[in-house]
Design a protein around this ligand. Sequence first.
Ligand code: ASP
Length: 405
Amino acid sequence: MLSKVKLHWQILIALVLAVACGYFAPDFVQYVSWMGVIFLRGLNMVVVPLILSSIISGVASIGSGSNLGRLGMKTMSFYVITSLIAILIGLFFVNLFHPGVGANLGNAETLNNLPTASTSVSDILIRTIPDNIFNAMVQGQILPVIFFAILFGFFITQIQPEKQEILVRLFDSIFEVMMKITMFIIRFTPLGVFAIVSKEVAKNAGSLGNIAGSLGIYMLTVFVALIVHAGIILPLAVKVIGKADPYKHFRNMATPLLTAFSTSSSNAALPLSMEATEHKNGVSAKITSFTLPLGATVNMNGTALYECVAVIFIAQAYGIHLSMGQQAIVVLTALLAAIGSAGIPMAGLVMMTIVLTAVNLPLEGVGLILAVDRILDMSRTTVNVWGDTCAAVIVAKSEGEKLNI
Ligand code: ASP
């Protein structure tokens, strides 16, 4: 009977049950948490081979270098511009609401070995090139894997046609198998979501219950800014630039978005967003496999916005005035921090140290916002994934593809 209910409704029901279970029966959570662990392991299991095979077969089918360059330019410009817009929306609301003014610094949690990002901008760029591709795959470093896959796919087009054909067919076939495995794992999403979310609710319910005033306004600021970006700016882009129906697109993306929300991981949601964008929206595999894996690591509209709001909140809480010039530095470094964040939980929080350092703010400020980070992580990850899928639609339309939306 349950299998007749659409998957995204099943996930939604699982979410509601998870919140109730985590809140009212936290002791029960330990009996189901293994389902979440298995679900996440399943998704992580497919990510690297899925990205590798999809990008190689996608790029090989793009053909010429100029086509690849055009697609790359379009995709990257869209990513950078929308991330900047997201940051400016965050900047606007944090300056409007002033959530940090009057915050009680005594509420800051002490940072017990919170890893700080030692990465600099040049580091992020250099690390895109793997020194050992197998190492990168083993460690699940997505950006180097993408880099290698694009090169491999491109140079397939440069060899003798008969060899080319063998490789294209091989990687196409591997990609199809990976998609089938993905679809198999997706069926378990409601169980995974239930386990993951109930555990998080059980863990965080206490701290969420006594959020001090300014922390509440800080959360609200992030939520409002995210909603404006995801609910107005991105749908407008889909409608005006992509000439597609943003509402239909949203409905088609329900499963990946709910998964992003539940797991706080763009990487975990990637197999689902690729499946939905290709099979529900009708975007070609070529464009899906180019835009989405790249987007999952590089395009983080929600994270970019959050970095900006959080850093300015911290400055306000410490009573440190940031000049226009310093706020401009926050905008630029927030963009870089978002680009450099991996698609995993808490990555944005760790990368925030880059932004704090750039404007000489105390790193301990991160302790102020730690208590509410999970719920904000869930929300910003959803916006990150939403931004990627909107980009896929717009790029596909600009390439003349006919979609179902
Ligand atoms: N969890 C986010 C993601 O996977 C990254 C972040 O922490 O902001 O997209």
